[in-house]
Design a protein around this ligand. Sequence first.
Ligand code: S3P
Length: 169
Amino acid sequence: MLNNIVLIGFMGSGKTSVGRILAKAINSVLIDIDLLIESNFGMSISDIFSIFGEKYFREYEKYICFFIKNNIKNAVISCGGGTPMVFDVKKLGNVVYLDATLDDIIYRVGDASNRPKFSDDVNKLYNSRIEIYKNSADIVVESKNSLDSVANEILIKLNTKGLANVCTS
Ligand code: S3P
C-alpha cells in the first residue's frame, strides 16, 4: 500500500514550502512534481508551456504521476496546481488539500512569471477547481497560518484519521 502524503491546492497555496517541512518532520523526502518536470526537461515551467504548449506539459505531468504511483513510497509529494485535473491523485497516497483564499493566493504569488496559468482568468480558474480539490482530498487544511503550524496540523489530522505514516525517530 502507498502511504505517501500528497499535497494539492491552487498555485501559491504553499504546497512546496509546507512539503519541505513535512518531509523533514517525518524523516522523509519531498518530491515536487513541478521541479521534477523542470529538471527532466532542463527547462522552466513557463518555457515548457511556451515552447511545447500546455497539452504537452499535462501529458508529462501525467507521466510523472504514473511513475510516482508505481515507484514511490513514504514520501511527501507536492503536486502542481493542475495535477488533480489530469490525474486521480488519490492513487498517489493520502491527499491533503491546502485550502487558501484567492486573496491570500494573489498576495502570496507576487511575481507569477514561472506560473503561466496565472495569466489566465485566475478567479474563474480558482472557482472551477475548488470542488475537484475538495473531492480529491482525504483531509483539508487551511493554509493561512505559519508553514510550521500548517505542517503540524496536517500530521495531527492524518493521525486522527489513522492515515499518517509518521516516522519521527
Ligand atoms: C499549474 C500550477 C503550477 C505548474 C503549472 C500549472 C496549474 O504549479 O504545475 O504552472 O495549472 O495550476 P504550482 O501550483 O506549484 O504553482
